[in-house]
Design a protein around this ligand. Structure first.
Ligand SMILES: NC(=O)c1ccc[n+]([C@@H]2O[C@H](COP(=O)([O-])OP(=O)(O)OC[C@H]3O[C@@H](n4cnc5c(N)ncnc54)[C@H](OP(=O)(O)O)[C@@H]3O)[C@@H](O)[C@H]2O)c1
Length: 386
């Protein structure tokens, strides 16, 4: 039977790759709904090409412009942030692709979990903020959460080689980002263009900055903790600049099982959509003889302080992760707007964590309050420093 797909954030890097994958998968998959925020020109082109039943435009200020680009169309248009939950919880949807960046995707992913959907999740921030709640909600309602993040897809695939009580540790690989091996002085003076210039992956702006600070890996540690129900102390990070080994699982007998492929998100997206089946796809197959050498090195937690913080936050849990994520979202926005230096991103995160009183076992409202507190704290801190 044809699977009906909802893509939350179809205009982004993961969203556009998801549409390429769906197009190649053919008639077994149909785009039922999709959402976008600002890029209404591309959104209108996508709607005309994929003919969804319903679309959500989360930024109402863009509605007239969107209608202008769209022209004549039968599509139902929902407008505002609520369109996300309406589409992700729709009874007609089988698979929800979470491709929004940041905490904006949280409530829609939770709604999909409550509605018992298959959730192909790239949007890691909801798992960081509310992993415990999200995984419990999914379990309670029969929803299935499948990782799209390449590292977590690799771990998910590698875990099939043994039982959960046979896992010794998870090894998350990291490209190291644009500042791998750079000195603290070089990193301190990094420009926006330098921080956005990722050596192996072509991604959205926020995750590119997160890769440069290694905050992305820090978020992924917490993401892995919830997705695979594993203690943070059983997670290692290993820098692997070629981005071919996407992560590994070490079992108790010493065997290490890894997943390898080129740096192309279409493969993990496709695997989440076709799981448990594998099908031919659009990803170019690896030619290891052309790559020759695969290298690995220890991550430098003194230079990349975000990584150290990620382990600490993952250990303490509770509201710390919501604060960690929100402070980062705010700080990255300020950096990309040219208002703060690159090094200030992690300084602001550290400041918020040091001032926050951690609470455990929180409701969604309490987690959102912790998120809001951290955003206010960043704003206050920047006001004082100006
Ligand atoms: N890119 C990758 O290769 C990659 C790999 C692994 C994991 N991820 C994760 O996947 C997620 C998406 O990353 P990305 O690189 O695809 O980001 P992106 O290119 O910046 O795309 C973000 C998407 O979210 C929409 N959006 C932005 N703000 C929104 C808001 N306030 N409300 C609703 N929608 C909003 C954007 O709409 P408009 O464009 O229309 O404004 C766009 O469709 C992130 O959580 C990231 O960590 C990405």
């Amino acid at each position: 039977m044809t699977k009906q797909i909802a893509i939350l954030g179809s205009t982004g890097s993961i969203g556009t790759n998801s549409l390429r994958v769906l197009e190649a998968l053919g008639e077994d998959y149909q785009v039922y709904g999709m959402t976008a925020h600002n890029n209404v020109k591309l959104f209108a082109e996508q709607v005309r090409k994929f003919l969804p039943k319903v679309v959500g435009l989360t930024n109402p200020k863009k509605l007239d412009e969107f209608r202008g680009y769209l022209g004549d169309s039968d599509v139902e248009i929902l407008c505002g942030a609520d369109s996300l939950t309406e589409i992700s919880g729709s009874a007609d949807v089988d698979i929800v692709i979470g491709a929004i960046v940041g905490s904006a995707g949280l409530e829609a992913i939770l709604k999909a979990a409550k509605a018992g959907k298959i959730i192909a999740i790239a949007n890691k921030e909801p798992l960081v903020i509310a992993g415990e709640l999200l995984m419990a909600t999914a379990k309670e309602n029969g929803a299935v959460i499948l990782p799209v993040d390449s590292e977590h897809s690799a771990i998910f695939q590698s875990l099939h080689a043994g039982d959960s009580d046979e896992v010794n540790k998870i090894i998350l690989t990291a490209s190291g980002g644009p500042f791998r091996g750079a000195s603290a002085e070089t990193i301190a003076g990094a420009t926006i263009a330098e921080a956005l210039a990722h050596p192996t992956w072509n991604m959205g702006r926020k995750i590119s900055i997160d890769s440069a600070t290694m905050m992305n890996k820090a978020l992924e540690i917490i993401e892995a903790k919830w997705l695979f129900d594993i203690e943070v102390d059983k997670i290692d990070v290993l820098v692997h600049p070629e981005s071919i080994v996407h992560s590994m699982v070490e079992f108790v007998d010493g065997s290490v099982i890894a997943q390898l492929s080129g740096p192309d998100m279409c493969l993990p997206i496709q695997y989440a959509l076709t799981y448990p089946k594998r099908v031919r796809g659009i990803t170019r197959h690896l030619k290891l003889e052309e790559i020759g050498l695969l290298t690995f090195e220890k991550a430098d937690m003194e230079i990349f302080k975000a990584l150290k913080l990620g382990f600490e936050v993952g250990r303490v849990g509770g509201s710390a992760a919501a604060v960690f994520n929100a402070a980062n979202e705010m700080a990255v926005e300020e950096f990309l707007a040219g208002n703060i230096k690159f090094v200030t991103i992690v300084d602001l995160i550290e400041h918020c964590l040091s001032k926050h009183n951690i609470n455990k076992n929180l409701t969604l409202e309490e987690l959102l309050a912790a998120d809001a507190w951290a955003r206010r704290e960043v704003t206050e801190c920047l006001k004082k420093s100006r």
